[in-house]
Design a protein around this ligand. Sequence first.
Ligand code: NDP
Length: 537
Amino acid sequence: MWGMRGFKSVLRNGGRSRRGPTGIYNRRMTQAIERPPSEQAGEAQAYGNFIGGEWRPAQSGRTFESRNPADGDDLIGHFAASDAADVAAAVRAAEDALPAWRSMPAPKRGEIMYHFGALLGENKERLARAMTREMGKVIAEARGDVQEGVDIAYLMAGEGRRLFGDTTPSELPSKWAMSVREPIGIAGIITPWNFPVAIPCWKMTAALICGNTVVLKPASDTPHCAALLVELMAEAGFPPGVVNLVTGSGADVGMPLVDSPDVDVISFTGSSDTGRELAGRAARRLKRLSLELGGKNAIAVMADADLDLAVDGIVWSAFGTTGQRCTACSRLVVDENVADELVGRLADRAAGLRLGSGLEVETDVGPLINASAVEKVGGYVEVGTDEGARLLSGGSRAEGDGLARGNFFQPTILDGVKPMDRVAQEEIFGPVLSVIRVSGYEEAATVVNQTRYGLSSSIYTRDTNTAFRAMRDFRTGIVYVNAGTIGAETHLPFGGMKQTGNGHREAGHAALDTFTEWKSIYVDYSGRLQRAQIDNQ
Ligand code: NDP
């Protein structure tokens, strides 16, 4: 397995100039790919880009591998290791398709979107299993990930009959005033691996219903999920060129997409470091950019909380998806009066969680995405204990019971963490919970907000006044009361305050703002010159 370790992360970083090319690029794909990927024979299939309605290999012929993080011997397939030439071809296809797509009535675009939602629902189990195999989350959560795609497809299909603007009185007589939404043009969509169906769906369905065409660049850890998704979109009836897929590294595909003068808007979800880099590039081109970045989400547990409920919510939020959710709870801010009892119960629960392949129904926690994630998470445990935290459970790689070929890490709890310790401030993106003890609500609220991130937060309390104070005080885009930090629904805005993003929101009708321009229209039917601000006195 460890000959393979780091392949995914090597690709993610390897395309960047500081590491140079790697052996992963040495395979050549010389045959054009004519059939959809899922119909091809053979165990480790070759998957191309989807450009202008055709599956095509990378122009360079290079490929990269995707492997199962629960079992590095399981090769999922070979994928196009694309570069700027492939991006240019996809952007051209998106450009060619744009005039017809943007002038199709939005309700008609919505009909295709409904069809896509239905197809996704019919293929839920197939996609969920492919997702678990490729990125490791347990099968029930993978089904939930696909269901999010279905939900957002239906929501956005409905937007085809809304896309509301405003009609408003004019300050002048016999004059009509209204605002309408218009598509921006070509949307570049860059997505992470942790929600490989839901996140591309959130972004693409919003972009498409508004009349934009898209080029999707998925994470290099989950190209298979992206290929299956795009295949279904083609089947649903999105015309050729409306949805394009280009796989490959952030440096070779993501950057050219951001830099392309013909791509009008970039929607990105990923790490803060990458987001910051994209922000600089997009700003130089005065390009619209929506960023959904990291989180350091806290659950506050007050002395009057229902501890049974809190334990369930914390375990689910901290260790679900192996802690690899942007909304995962990584800080527990607990009143000192109930801290010992709560932490003791959490440690028991964490120790009892079963690690394994997410395809086995009894598994609670799947693998981390790749070998470098295991190293990173292990490194943070060391940082935490060096800073004075007490290791209550877990703390290292899990290798027993058939886990050795995967990237497994034990669910970990660090107690006695101080609010400004690195493990309380930096995104670990793994199954590590830092416990911070506080005295009462005021201190809890201060600690919850004492981070540069602002995605999700939660409070457990039986006191209505305390709950409402938290709703007011917690500086996060999402606040939960008596529930964990994860579980957003698609019809509400999703996104974070502070350095979790740059002010945009996904999902709900708020998502439409990223992908539309406002146009204000005035119709003067008075038959004479009427001057605004002058003739209305
Ligand atoms: P990365 O930032 O490493 O990668 C995200 C995407 O960006 C990938 O497709 C990646 O490609 C691409 N990319 C990397 N470098 C560049 C570049 N220089 N130019 C353009 N594109 C680039 O994040 P992860 O995939 O590791 O995802 C985990 C992160 O995502 C966490 O920080 C998590 O908090 C955040 N996240 C945020 C969410 C939110 O809504 N706020 C939701 C889910 C995740 P490649 O894979 O080839 O490197």
